[in-house]
Design a protein around this ligand. Structure first.
Ligand code: CO
Length: 136
C-alpha cells in the first residue's frame, strides 16, 4: 500500500539555525520557510535527491511540536512520511486493521498542497507516520 518515502521530519528548536546548518555545513539545497497554521508548524524542505528532510518548528501556542520539543529540547526525529495513491482507501484499510488515525480521522492539506494524515505512534513501534496522497 505505501509507496515512496516522501520525507523524514525533524523537529528543531530554531528553524533559522537548523536551515543554516543544512545549507552551509551540509551543503544541501533548502526551501524557503512555509507557515502551516492548520498543522501548528513552520517547515522547510531539504532536498536530498532520493527523498527530503522536513525541518519543523512550532507555530502558535497549540502546536503539537511544542510538546515534542519540551520532551526533546535539542530536537529530534519527529515523523516519517510515506506516499499512498488513495488516502481514503488507506484509512479504511488501516482502521479495519486496528490502527488509529490522529485528529478527526480526516485528511488535511499538507505542506505540498496534498491530502495528509497521521497515524498513532503507539500503533507503529513508537514512530509517528504521515501519509500523503500522491498519484504513483
Ligand atoms: Co511531514
Amino acid at each position: 500500500m505505501i509507496g515512496r518515502l516522501n520525507h523524514i521530519a525533524i523537529a528543531v528548536p530554531d528553524l533559522q539555525k537548523a536551515m543554516g546548518k543544512y545549507r552551509d555545513m551540509l551543503g544541501a539545497s533548502v526551501s524557503a520557510p512555509q507557515a502551516l497554521p492548520e498543522h501548528g508548524v513552520t517547515v522547510v524542505f531539504v532536498d536530498t535527491g532520493n527523498t527530503k528532510v522536513e525541518l519543523l518548528e512550532p507555530l502558535g501556542a497549540a502546536s503539537p511540536v511544542a510538546g515534542f520539543l519540551a520532551k526533546n529540547p535539542d530536537g529530534g526525529m519527529h515523523h516519517v512520511c510515506f506516499e499512498v495513491p488513495d488516502i481514503a482507501g488507506a484509512v479504511r484499510h488501516l482502521v479495519a486493521g486496528g490502527a488509529r488515525v490522529l485528529g478527526d480521522g480526516k485528511p488535511k492539506t499538507g505542506a505540498h498542497g496534498l491530502p495528509v494524515l497521521f497515524l498513532h505512534p503507539k500503533d507503529f513501534d513508537g514512530v509517528l507516520i504521515e501519509l500523503e496522497e500522491r498519484a504513483v
